[in-house]
Structure formats: C-alpha cells, structure tokens
Ligand binder design. Sequence first.
Ligand SMILES: Cc1cc2nc3c(=O)[nH]c(=O)nc-3n(C[C@H](O)[C@H](O)[C@H](O)COP(=O)(O)OP(=O)(O)OC[C@H]3O[C@@H](n4cnc5c(N)ncnc54)[C@H](O)[C@@H]3O)c2cc1C
Length: 291
Amino acid sequence: MRVTTLYGSKRPVISMEFFPPRDEKGVQAFTGTISELTAAGPDYMTVTFGAGGSTRDGSYQTVQLLLKEMRQPTVAYIAGYGLGPEDITAVLDKYKALGVQTIFVVRGDKPQDEGFKPHPKSFGHASELIAFIKGRYDFTLGCAGYPEGHIEAVSLEKDIDFLKRKVDNGAAYIVCQYFYDNAYFLKYVEKCRAAGIGVPIVPGIMPVYTLKMTQMLAKVCGTTVTAALRAKLDAVDAADKAAVLKLGVDFAVAQCRGLLHAGVPGLHFYTMNRAGSTKAIIDALKAEELF
Ligand SMILES: Cc1cc2nc3c(=O)[nH]c(=O)nc-3n(C[C@H](O)[C@H](O)[C@H](O)COP(=O)(O)OP(=O)(O)OC[C@H]3O[C@@H](n4cnc5c(N)ncnc54)[C@H](O)[C@@H]3O)c2cc1C
C-alpha cells in the first residue's frame, strides 16, 4: 500500500500509530488493541522504530503481524540516528521482502543508552537519509513536520526550509507532530505552501491519556499545552482516570472537528497502543457525519 494513493483518492485518510510491544504479554494486548481499532475502519496503521535501532526486531515483527496476519495496510518507520548505511539497507531489504511499500523516514534522537556509539557514516539529518533511500529503493517515503517548530530548530522558517529539503529529496507526504491548538497547524500549512511544499500535510492527534503523560510528552515533543487545555486539566481530578480520558476524547473531537472543517487530508492518531480513546474519537466524528 502506497499511502499517497490513499491521500489522492479519499478524504479524510485515517491512520493510527503504534510502537512495537515489548514482550509476549504485550503482543497479546496489542492484538486485542488492533482488533478493537480495526472496527473503527482505519485506512492504514504505522509502526515506529526505536532510537539507534533499539526496536529493530520488534518493529519488524510488529509490521509483519499487522501486514501478514492481521491484513492491515501498514507503513514501517525507520529512524536513522547512529545507524550506518548497511544497517539502513539491512532493515529496508527485510521490509521490502515483506511487501511494505511505504516507509516513514525520521532522523531519530540520541538513544538513552550511554554506551551507544553512532556509526561513523550515520546520517546527520532526515533529508540525507531520504535521499539515500530514494536512490536505492522504490518505496513511497514520508517525513515528519513540526507545526510549532522542531525543538532543536533555529526558527520555524529554517525548520520549514529543511522540511522542503526532505520533500525535494523524495518525501511524498508529511505527518505532523501533535499540537493542542489548530491555529499552529493551519498557519504551518500556509507557510509550507508559501515555501513551495505541495505534498499532503497530515495533522497528528494525541489525545490526553493521563495528566502525567501529557505533561511529560509535551515537554519532550515541544508541544504547547495551551491555556484552553490547561484550564480543563486543572479542573479535572487527576486520579479519576475515566474523567481524564473523557476530557482527552472531548478535546480531541473538538480539534478534529475543526481540522476536518478546514479540509485536512487525514487524521493521524498517536494511539500509544491504546484502543479506547482513538476509537471513541472516531465514533464521535462519524456520529456527527464528519466522515
Ligand atoms: C509523525 C512522527 C513520527 C515519529 N516516529 C519516530 C520513530 O519511529 N522513531 C524515532 O526515533 N523518532 C520518531 N519521531 C521523532 C523524530 O525522530 C524526532 O523528532 C527527531 O528529533 C527529528 O527527526 P526528523 O526526521 O524530523 O529530523 P530532521 O528533519 O533531520 O530535523 C531535525 C532537526 O535538524 C534541523 N535540520 C534538518 N536538516 C538540517 C540541516 N541540513 N542542517 C542543519 N539543521 C538541520 C531541523 O530544523 C530540526 O531541528 C517521530 C516524529 C514524528 C513527528
């Protein structure tokens, strides 16, 4: 499955992101999650790739499980940080043999493991990795965008220049980091278009799952917890798990409603390997006949 065919033929395209389960127990829970979520009718699933190749085998097994056993259209990710060209081709050759047609390419970040030694020929930026893959494989490639700017970016404008380089080097679609104010995304798309980036730009949706996770991830990802969301978080009892999840679903439904009205090509859900919130959000949007 080439996701560009999907973005070219229907709107909105619904995608869901997963990380590889850590152990056998996790695999069982994962298959349950996927079964629940397939009922929501996603167009494709995606599987992340751990920093420094840490989930290399787990990512492959998860892609295989989704694609071959669960028969789900699946995009495999690759994160190049610290890996040499032969490491990259070894991973991609296996994905190609499995029948994967779309690869989402990110630079990745320095692994937590203190002893990790980057390969001397590793790729400094995603744009270089994209050019390397494009020259050797027939995959459709995707890349990451950051509506609030990447945390290391000198400026949003410079970040968009580098995004354009990723597209010029072969990325055919962009999936964005999540945000809690649609204005960030909509202005970002405007700026990307003005910079000459013409490919589909897909918003990422991260429902609030727990208050702790929301605060921690926002810091790591450089996402602003807006005053509107902050007020809601302050008003809920953090220990009331059901109330927090409901807040997250309601907030994301409102966000998705606005994005769909603005005509986005798709919605990409960061599921954190949980079914409930993503399914509830999609069910609510369908009930409103938004798609
Ligand atoms: C949808 C999505 C999925 C993700 N999946 C994964 C995953 O599976 N595994 C994982 O490890 N991480 C994942 N990430 C996180 C990602 O790896 C990190 O955000 C990482 O820090 C940057 O990756 P990138 O591909 O955007 O890097 P790049 O595009 O290389 O950008 C990184 C930084 O370098 C700057 N830059 C880019 N090119 C140049 C240049 N030529 N010269 C100077 N500066 C430059 C940019 O402005 C930016 O600040 C994902 C992110 C998103 C949004």
